[in-house]
Design a protein around this ligand. Sequence first.
Ligand SMILES: Cc1cc2nc3c(=O)[nH]c(=O)nc-3n(C[C@H](O)[C@H](O)[C@H](O)COP(=O)(O)OP(=O)(O)OC[C@H]3O[C@@H](n4cnc5c(N)ncnc54)[C@H](O)[C@@H]3O)c2cc1C
Length: 437
Amino acid sequence: MELSGWGRFPVVEGQVVASEDLLRSARTAGLARGLGRAYGDAALPAPGSDRPVLVSTAADRVLSFDPSTGLLRAEAGLSLSTLARLFLPLGYFSPVSPGTQYVTLGGMVASDIHGKNHHVDGTFGRFVTSLKMMVADGSVLEVNREQHADLFAATLGGMGLTGIILEVEVKLTKLAAPWVYEETSRIGSFREVFSRLNAAGETWPMTVAWVDTTSTGAARGRGILNAGRWATTEESPKEPPPVKQGLMVPDVFPSGVMNGATIAMLNSVWYAKHGAADKKHVVAPGTFFWILDLAREWNRGYGKAGFTQYQCVMPSDIELYDRFLELFQKLGGASFVTVFKDCGDQGEGMLSFPKRGTTLAVDVPIRDPEQTAKMVRELNAFVLDNEGRVYLAKDAFTTSEQFKRMYPRWEEFEAVRDRYDPDRRFTSAQSVRLLGR
Ligand SMILES: Cc1cc2nc3c(=O)[nH]c(=O)nc-3n(C[C@H](O)[C@H](O)[C@H](O)COP(=O)(O)OP(=O)(O)OC[C@H]3O[C@@H](n4cnc5c(N)ncnc54)[C@H](O)[C@@H]3O)c2cc1C
């Protein structure tokens, strides 16, 4: 079948194997895939690979849960949406959540995902206590900080290249109440968004800002700041806060509908919709964490040619980001789904993305893939000049040379692959692009 990531580019032919028995399907597989939410080519088979891609989602059993410690063990295909549905009513939640609930535990480990709490809590991998994995020779290993510690550190953020994750053991967060207290503010300029985001990180455990990448003049980079924390028992509403119903985006949009003009219009509407006054309220977790999920299959809005999300992290310096935004605009960039967020320290995963600084994610519609590649490489040159890197879960265009400069532990990572998979059974379109065969 045809396979692609969330960005719908690239599209490749591949064989797929799926079963409730994850180990059985792992026996033949050359790569695992969860819900396909990585944007680029991370979950796509390497060109010419004769091994199928294992889709894990049928293997989603909860295997054990200890309420006294919050320790959950589940199959790698368990989705975050199911986890939330089962565990929020019991007063537990994932310690880290990405901007969508449609990801699997396996995908969360392989991308070592980060969330709005990265500046205080770090990545998902920090809360993972053990993994059960099938490695290249077919053996099944329990992998953690004591056993096969090298493989553990390579697998957190290892983009599926170290073996098939069969089970994940992770410590869930105990909540006083399953709601989020949130404050949002509309902010008129990029500089102020940056300083308010930084200041909010001092007192709030969860922060993020949306930035208008198309506004110009004094309003350039204006935005909306969201700061949140889990609500206390006293703040719990008598009735659950209303949850907006999502709509399904039909697959009818020609590529090109999302262009500079339409994106500028969407940005203005989103900015105006917030209103000038600050907002303070208790909301359902989905409203706070997964606002994007309200438009199901929103990637279809970019048409069949698709889009890429460019996400980088660089030191927290507004001058730097000001110049980055200027370059992005100069290269013709215009983004609607734009996320600005401060990051804490680098985690233990050898290829984990976040490191201390600020991360910016912008969407780039694809019209001509060559042009997009050129733009990404120019942005990469800027990011590299400023000690930054891009997020592999979003990437489809970075060159091998740029990747190796961004991820200084890549040789250590390859040494782990040499030990556990010397013949490179596990590969992806991304791994061939970045690391060769
Ligand atoms: C709307 C949206 C918002 C997002 N927001 C964030 C965010 O805030 N923070 C963030 O960090 N990320 C974010 N992401 C990216 C997303 O969290 C990651 O791409 C995640 O890995 C997707 O999980 P998945 O189950 O869909 O995995 P897939 O996309 O299917 O696969 C991703 C990688 O995981 C590997 N993999 C999957 N399952 C296994 C397994 N069982 N064993 C070994 N390897 C496996 C694949 O080989 C691939 O390399 C977002 C994505 C979208 C679409």
